[in-house]
Design a protein around this ligand. Structure first.
Ligand code: NDP
Ligand code: 2IT
Length: 449
């Protein structure tokens, strides 16, 4: 990695030393520290109060055993995590990820990113993240339920409306949130809607939360296009993943006049020049919990399934990586730029490697970082918390309007901050600096805690 300024390098070296082997966490920290030089020069009080060093150390890290019994009667053991990273702005807030790749370094990178993302939303939420190395793939509903119940049997003592409010992420959607909420309610004998977000509409969930991350990414890109007098009309878009974020991004791109010509999953990708058929994709992914091979089979001659190469080879104007971290590398970035891609926005958290970001920006591709572009999900979670606290529930239209305003606000704040700190048009630096200042000022005010 390129070296940082002297002060930031010292802090980064300490992060490496204190968190050995946590490559994703190192990467996320480096990316933020790389933007902070001009901020620290302007505000010496942040250095005096060791704000950056404190920000890099989670306030609390919880690791626990999750025992459960599979359908064959075999006892299984997974590891559960909740990293409560920073509560300067509000209760810890961030999703739970169930995926075999989950370990402390992944949870910490996600929790660290979440601090700045949540600050950018302007809502009163701190940053946290959690999850497990449990793999829901191929597991029956009953197994997923037993796992969720066991996970919550430990987690419940650490969360609360005013403490820590988890939600979904990879492998955790409406089904899992339902089972988790049910177990919390049973253990505590309290109907506390505000302890989780992403709940079903019948038990305290907000309209638009399911759609919010994908819609929000597309609203953000729409702002980028408008800033250049352009629109989605007629644009070719490629999305990676076909999960929660990807599917609702596809829906909103189509609603705004673009066409999503390809999407992917962990088994391959599908090219569908007439535009991905969202109803079919939802059926395959959400109901059947199947793969894109099933989508291609049911779609017939219109779709082509590919199991070698990757989705970034499909020419597009706009790319929305929405699967997982480090899924798009320098080689992919070169191909995208060569094929005429003009905008890339991160639907996933840290999907683009640092080398690829550099290549894209050098090639003139506008780059929107996840902590700004995908903040619509957590922002709508904060709206769910607001509704739960006031025992209210808002209409779809009202909630979507609020989401649109929040995304526009984040977009403008990134650009204004980038301009103020001498890096005009740089959304990454703008997001990092604006998010950091908001948290740092609160940390200064709260004293050395
Ligand atoms: P889902 O579990 O709904 O979907 C994930 C998708 O990505 C699936 O299509 C999955 O493939 C694919 N995928 C996941 N891991 C890998 C991997 N290691 N290799 C290849 N493909 C993979 O998750 P979400 O849509 O919720 O999350 C996607 C990304 O968006 C994550 O980075 C998450 O952190 C981020 N995010 C999510 C938010 C939310 O509200 N849900 C909010 C903000 C960011 P398959 O279908 O084969 O499993
Ligand atoms: O990465 C994210 O922002 C999320 N997974 C959503 C977190 C939330 O609390 O809604």
């Amino acid at each position: 990695m390129p070296s940082l300024g002297e002060k930031m390098q010292d802090i980064y070296d300490e992060v490496l030393w204190r968190n050995p082997g946590e490559q994703e966490f190192h990467q996320a920290v480096h990316e933020v520290l790389d933007s902070l030089g001009p901020v620290m020069a302007k505000h010496p009080s942040y250095t005096d109060a060791a704000v950056v060093t404190r920000l890099c150390e989670p306030e609390r890290q919880i690791i626990f055993r999750v025992p459960w019994v599979d359908d064959a009667g075999t006892v299984r053991i997974n590891r559960g995590f909740r990293v409560e990273f920073n509560s300067a702005l509000g209760p810890y807030k961030g999703g739970l990820r169930f995926h075999p790749s989950v370990y402390l370094g992944v949870v910490k990178f996600l929790g660290f990113e979440q601090i700045f993302k949540n600050a950018l939303t302007g809502m009163p939420i701190g940053g946290g993240k959690g999850g497990s190395d449990f793999d829901p793939k191929g597991r029956s509903d009953a197994e997923v339920m037993r796992f969720c119940q066991s996970f919550m049997t430990e987690l419940y003592r650490h969360i609360g409306e005013y403490t820590d409010v988890p939600a979904g992420d990879i492998g955790v959607g409406g089904r899992e949130i339902g089972y988790l909420f049910g177990q919390y309610k049973r253990i505590t004998n309290r109907y506390e809607s505000g302890i989780l977000t992403g709940k079903g509409h019948s038990f305290g969930g907000s309209q638009v939360r399911t759609e919010a991350t994908g819609y929000g990414v597309v609203f953000f890109v729409d702002e980028m296009l408008h800033a250049n007098g352009d629109s989605f009309d007629g644009k070719r878009v490629v999305v990676s993943g076909s999960g929660n974020v990807a599917r609702y991004a596809i829906e909103k791109v189509h609603a705004l006049g673009g066409t999503v010509v390809a999407c992917s999953d962990s088994t391959g990708y599908v090219v569908d020049e007439k535009g991905i058929d969202l109803a079919l994709l939802n059926e395959v992914k959400e109901v059947r919990r199947g793969t894109l091979a099933e989508y291609a089979g049911l779609r017939g001659a219109d779709a082509r399934l590919a199991t070698s190469g990757n989705v970034w080879q499909v020419p597009c104007d706009i790319a929305l990586p929405s699967a997982t971290q480090n899924e798009l590398d320098a080689e992919d970035a070169t191909v995208l730029a060569r094929n005429g891609c003009r905008i890339l926005a991160e639907g996933a958290n840290m999907p683009v490697t640092p080398d690829a970001v550099k290549l894209l920006t050098t090639a003139g591709v506008a780059f929107a970082p996840g902590k700004a572009a995908n903040a619509g999900g957590v922002a709508t979670s904060a709206l769910e918390m607001q509704q739960n606290a006031s025992r209210d529930s808002w209409s779809f239209e009202h909630t979507e309007r609020r989401l649109g305003e929040i995304m526009r606000g984040i977009h403008d704040r990134c650009l204004e901050t980038a301009e103020e700190y001498g890096v005009p048009g740089n959304y990454s630096a703008g997001a990092n600096i604006a998010g950091f200042i908001q948290v740092a000022d609160a940390m200064l005010a709260l004293g050395v805690i």
